[in-house]
Ligand binder design. Structure first.
Ligand SMILES: [Fe+2]
Ligand SMILES: [Fe+2]
Length: 227
């Protein structure tokens, strides 16, 4: 998701990103993201070989919800801003998520190390994407600003949604069939809760001036992020 967005940004698809420093940061981000894919694929290949299985990992909830939301809009700029908002939110959140995995004794040690290496880069991406958001937002047209503000809170819920559909698919592929009720209960428990710290996105929205607008307040309020 991030690498295609970086390619679009390099091609000049987002305003405010064409100066030399931003172009360099975009390229460095792409190098990091390619390295993360390589690290993850390598660790998964080791695990698949050691455990003699080849589980298919389904598309994440975040990506599926972003694509479904994007499909509701016709204009190319709307689709691009949906992808941009989703990347900003996920890049702001992902280092916290990776910290949970890399510090859990329940996660296999090789994967813990891989996630920790990934996390260290993402701690920087979190700052970079906040800056990207500021550069892009300030150069949007008024109607694009309103649209971006209405989209920005949505990926918070998409990111926070636990990947129960993925686990359903993984368990059934592994032949573990007696977990349906457990997944159902977990899904119900997490339906309305947001178990992540989303203060970083609220701070960003305040810094952009989004929370100070009626449309921004409404958008964040509708997602239950101002309670
Ligand atoms: Fe990454
Ligand atoms: Fe990243």
């Amino acid at each position: 998701m991030v690498s295609p967005l970086c390619l679009d940004a390099l091609a000049g698809d987002f305003p405010g990103m064409s100066d030399q420093l931003n172009q360099q940061l975009i390229c460095e981000t792409m190098v990091d993201e390619s390295y993360h894919v390589l690290l993850t694929l390598s660790a998964c290949a080791v695990t698949r070989s050691m455990r003699q299985n080849s589980v298919t990992i389904p598309t994440s909830t975040l990506i599926r919800r972003m694509q479904a939301f994007e499909a509701e809009y016709i204009e190319v700029w709307q689709k691009k801003l949906i992808r941009f908002a989703t990347c900003v939110v996920s890049e702001v959140f992902i280092s916290d998520y990776l910290l949970l995995l890399s510090s859990s004794s329940l996660v296999q040690p090789l994967h813990r190390q891989v996630v920790n290496a990934h996390r260290q880069d993402e701690a920087t991406h979190r700052l970079i994407f906040r800056e990207f958001a500021k550069f892009v937002y300030q150069d949007l047209t008024p109607s694009q600003k309103t649209f971006f503000a209405s989209v920005l809170p949505k990926p918070v819920r998409w990111f926070a949604a636990q990947d129960f559909d993925c686990w359903d698919s993984i368990f059934s592929e592994l032949g573990i069939h007696d977990v349906t009720e457990m997944l159902h209960d977990c899904r119900a428990y997490h339906q309305t809760r947001i178990d992540i710290d989303y203060s970083g996105i609220i701070d960003l929205a305040m810094e952009l001036g989004i929370i100070a607008t009626d449309f921004g307040l409404e958008a964040f309020g509708n997602e239950g992020l101002l309670d």
